[in-house]
Design a protein around this ligand. Structure first.
Ligand SMILES: [Zn+2]
Length: 223
């Protein structure tokens, strides 16, 4: 069974930054992982690439999209990952291989053996070394029915659901969905009671389009 199409997506500006190659590495991995689960955003990124290619066709060769994007798009042709898994022992190979390749490449072969940190009786966090000096990236696993404690961060927090689901402010976020919270948001996500929830979280300041390609794209941000 194929995954359901996600309901919640990255911001248009984020997809644009991804297509322009101007996101930090952690955010790029998050977007690439979402793309693996979201045909709608895949199509949008391809469209933006086409626009970018047309715009940059007359510029210097340096203006081409980075190799990373081609690599990720090539991976999108991989067979679909297993559908949402039922409740039960978590973090076996099935769980690992339900994580799309762009993120899975950072995880190694055994989720259970990684150095998870205690963040409460039913919450574990695994910091991931993605990029140098960029936003903080981590995997978060939450037992069924557990509410996340209030937490603070100075920038935006983007969370991609990999397994299970959580409810936040009356909205349900399931596999492939992206939740975006700013430091001003007062919210408390709660994992649904049917399964353990595994998320990929990136905590950052505001995303900015930088560099020549980003500036080139900026006039189209609000189209
Ligand atoms: Zn999407």
């Amino acid at each position: 069974m194929a995954d359901a199409v996600p309901t919640f997506h990255p911001e248009p500006e984020t997809l644009l930054g991804y297509a322009a190659g101007s996101l930090d590495e952690a955010s790029s991995v998050l977007v690439a992982t979402h793309l693996a689960l979201c045909p709608r955003c895949r199509a949008e990124v391809r469209r933006l690439e086409t626009v970018g290619g047309a715009l940059t066709g007359s510029l210097e060769p340096v203006a081409l999209a980075p190799d990373a994007l081609a690599t990720v798009l090539a991976r999108l042709d991989e067979p679909e990952a297993p559908a949402r898994r039922p409740a039960g022992p978590a973090f076996d190979r099935e769980t690992l291989f339900s994580v799309p390749a762009p993120l899975r490449d950072y995880l190694g072969g055994n989720l259970s053996s990684l150095p998870w940190r205690w963040r409460g009786p039913s919450i574990r966090e695994l910091p991931l070394a993605i990029g140098d000096g960029g936003p903080r990236a981590s995997l978060i696993r939450v037992r069924p029915g557990t509410a996340l404690p209030a937490h603070t961060h100075t920038g935006a927090e983007t969370t991609l659901v990999l397994c299970g689901a959580f409810v936040d402010d009356g909205q349900s976020f399931a596999r492939g969905d992206v939740s975006i919270a700013t430091s001003d948001d007062d919210h408390q996500p709660v994992a649904t009671p049917d399964a353990e929830c595994l998320c990929f979280a990136v905590v950052d300041g505001p995303l900015r389009l930088t560099g020549p390609i980003g500036r080139l794209f900026n006039p189209f941000l609000r189209l």
